[in-house]
Write a protein that binds this ligand. Structure first.
Ligand SMILES: Nc1ncnc2c1ncn2[C@@H]1O[C@H](COP(=O)(O)OP(=O)(O)OP(=O)(O)O)[C@@H](O)[C@H]1O
Ligand SMILES: [Mg+2]
Length: 441
């Protein structure tokens, strides 16, 4: 017999008893309810019971209803059919257009193991230009690597992500995936409209499981979009850019599921399995002999506290993090990057070359000096500084201003045209400031 029967319903957790063979973990079951709800097997317990998640929040389920096995996991259409489209975690369209499945449309199970040869990460360094001075200078964007955009509420994480997608699509540097996890619904719509206006839909695939979705969908969206990206990497042998907004919400959704599944939280209120869940997703976002996945992940920081365990967990996986700060935003600097706390392990002479590296060392020294002089000035005033200190302080201020930049995606609300600066122009601009003599204080 390939059917089971619903024994209990508690929130999104449905327990189903089977007479014969037990379903596999990750298998989809279909309830014989009016909504024909999909149930995802989470784990098995004694008494031939499978504990399942109510994927679409089917409210018509009742005790003793029968449930049909499918012998399959969640499989979504992948490949060219996803290009320029907006899909949900089950691969269904959210853009109002039909998905035209052909006989040869490939499908992929969204649950996959990471590539075995994970150390493949590009042996040669290939810098992707973002056109954003502050990123190209402080956290160079490298093919196959991971970058984080981290900050509290409303500091500009989403706007910066959109700008990166825009600039990369425009410069034709690859196929981008955008994954909206647990964020505002309208943001997906805005991205879609912007890309459409600029004729950039052809280089973007979008997956959304936003804050209106239940935690099952918000977890699955991460897996679905990665699966679609993996297909492009492995079958079409493409280089992929993978943007996720917001990775913190992925952890939060897992955490909500753990709570309703009755798992016991450990450190910092997170369940023990969260570490492996995050690790598997991160490891799937990697490169292999077929192609590369370069990722940019935004990380919301609750209460502006960078020491939150979830924030640390994601940060650990990244090659560089751009820290956005409220204080900087309040000074009207965009993107509101905290230049001192922003770090990248890729800012080394091997990767960016001697010239760029030496400039970055000088710039960081000036910024550090600016930081400590600020405290002194607060006490004794700027006029008491030595001429050399005053000049350095003024140069640092010029640099901070220099890294502020108008964006294309915010043209509508700033009324200022977006700016693109090549890495060469950025380096020249920095050199010019460093070499100025007689900087007006
Ligand atoms: N580059 C920019 N130029 C002008 N305004 C900006 C820029 N970046 C952000 N803003 C302003 O800040 C607001 C918040 O930005 P954004 O939505 O990107 O923040 P967020 O960090 O994603 O916030 P949340 O944590 O709530 O998702 C924007 O709606 C916009 O008004
Ligand atoms: Mg946001």
């Amino acid at each position: 017999m390939n059917t089971g029967s619903i024994r209990s319903i508690r929130e999104l957790v449905i327990t189903i008893q089977f007479d014969g063979d037990m379903p596999a973990l990750g298998e989809l079951l279909i309830a014989n309810s009016p909504e024909k709800g999909l149930l995802l097997v989470d784990h098995l317990i004694t008494g031939n019971n499978a504990v399942c998640l109510n994927v679409n929040g089917d409210t018509t389920l009742q005790k003793n209803m029968t449930v049909q096995r499918t012998n399959r996991g969640i499989e979504i259409p992948v490949g060219d059919i996803t290009i320029g489209r907006v899909l949900n975690a089950l691969g269904q369209p959210l853009d109002g257009l039909p998905i035209e499945r052909k006989a040869d449309t490939p499908y992929r199970n969204i649950m996959q193991l990471p590539p075995r040869n994970n150390s493949f990460a590009a042996a040669k360094y290939e810098i992707l230009e973002t056109g954003l001075k502050v990123i190209d200078f402080f956290t160079p964007f490298l093919k196959g690597r991971k970058m984080g955009i981290i900050g509290g509420a409303g500091v500009g994480k989403t706007v910066l992500t959109m700008e990166l997608i825009h600039n990369i699509a425009k410069s034709g540097q690859g196929l981008s995936f955008f994954t909206g996890i647990g964020e505002r619904i309208r943001e997906g719509h805005e991205l879609y409209e912007t890309l459409k206006e600029d004729n950039l839909l052809e280089s973007t695939c979008m997956f959304f499981g936003q804050m209106d979705q239940n935690p099952v969908q918000r977890v699955l969206i991460g897996l679905s979009s990665v699966a679609a990206a993996e297909h492009m990497r492995d079958v079409q042998k493409k280089d992929i850019l993978f943007f996720a907004d917001n990775m913190y919400r992925y952890i939060q959704a897992h955490n909500e599921l753990a709570t309703i599944l009755g798992q016991i939280p450990s450190e910092g209120g997170y369940e023990a399995t969260i570490f492996s869940d995050v690790k598997i997703l991160q490891d799937r976002l990697s490169s292999n002999e077929n192609g590369s996945i370069t990722s940019v992940q935004t990380i919301y920081v609750p209460a502006d506290d960078l020491s939150d365990p979830a924030v640390q967990m994601i940060q650990h996986e990244l090659d560089g993090t751009i820290v956005l700060s409220r204080k900087v935003a309040e000074q009207g600097i965009r993107p509101s990057v905290d230049l001192i706390r922003t770090t990248s392990s890729l800012l080394s002479p091997d990767v960016v070359g001697e010239r760029h590296y030496n400039l970055s060392v000088q710039v960081q020294a000036l910024l550090q000096k600016h930081e400590s002089l600020k405290n002194i000035i607060a006490i004794i005033g700027e006029s008491e500084l030595s001429p050399a200190d005053r000049s350095d302080f003024a140069k640092a201020k010029l640099l901070i201003q220099y890294f502020s930049q108008n964006m294309f995606v915010s043209e509508l609300f700033t009324n200022k045209p977006g700016e693109f600066s090549s890495r060469e122009e950025t380096l020249k601009g920095v050199e010019k400031i460093l070499n100025t003599t007689n900087v007006p204080a």
